[in-house]
Each structure stands twice: as C-alpha cells, then as structure tokens.
Design a protein around this ligand. Structure first.
Ligand SMILES: [Zn+2]
Length: 97
C-alpha cells in the first residue's frame, strides 16, 4: 500500500518536473527573441515593427528591405532561366518525336 502511494507520488513529481522543463524551454525560446527598444530601452520582441511601449519604429530582425536594383537583377535572372527551361522543354519535345 505504502509502495503504491510512493509510485503515484513519483509519477506526479516526474510530471511536474517535465512541465517545469517545458516551461523553462519555452521561456528560453521567447527570451531569444527579446531585444531592447532603441527609443525607450524596454524589452520588445525582435519581430515587432513598432514598440508597444513608446510606439517608436523598430527594425524587425530577419526582415531587410530588398534593394530595388538587386530585385531587378534577380527578376531578370529568373526570367532568363525560365525562358531557357521553356526552350529546352520545347526542343526536347520536338527532338524526341
Ligand atoms: Zn520603445
């Protein structure tokens, strides 16, 4: 009987430890995205575009405005590659007939 209760307690304790570990992991994950607002010095999350405390503009991490010249170049390359692939497919279709 005493043994049974001990087992149950052990399980509850293990579950509690698991829950605490999960909570700690989640906290760590959130803290990785915490940055300091350059306007008011309070903690904000790195994806925010506006500080919730002082409404100052923030530069979100992972977002960089695309350079228009670079964008044009990438678009041109993609168009050229697309045309080349289309021509290659057409040639393959006509040659293999
Ligand atoms: Zn702020």
């Amino acid at each position: 009987m005493c043994y049974d209760v001990g087992m149950k307690e052990d399980r509850a304790e293990r579950r509690e430890r698991k829950r605490a570990a999960r909570a700690a992991k989640q906290k760590e994950r959130i803290e990785r995205h915490v940055v300091v607002c350059p306007h008011c010095g309070k903690n904000v999350l790195d994806h925010m575009t506006e500080c919730p405390h002082c409404k100052g503009a923030l530069q979100p991490a992972g977002y960089r405005p695309v350079d228009p010249a670079k964008y044009k170049k990438i678009k041109l390359i993609c168009t050229a590659v697309g045309i080349a692939v289309a021509v290659a497919v057409v040639i393959v279709i006509f040659v293999t007939r």
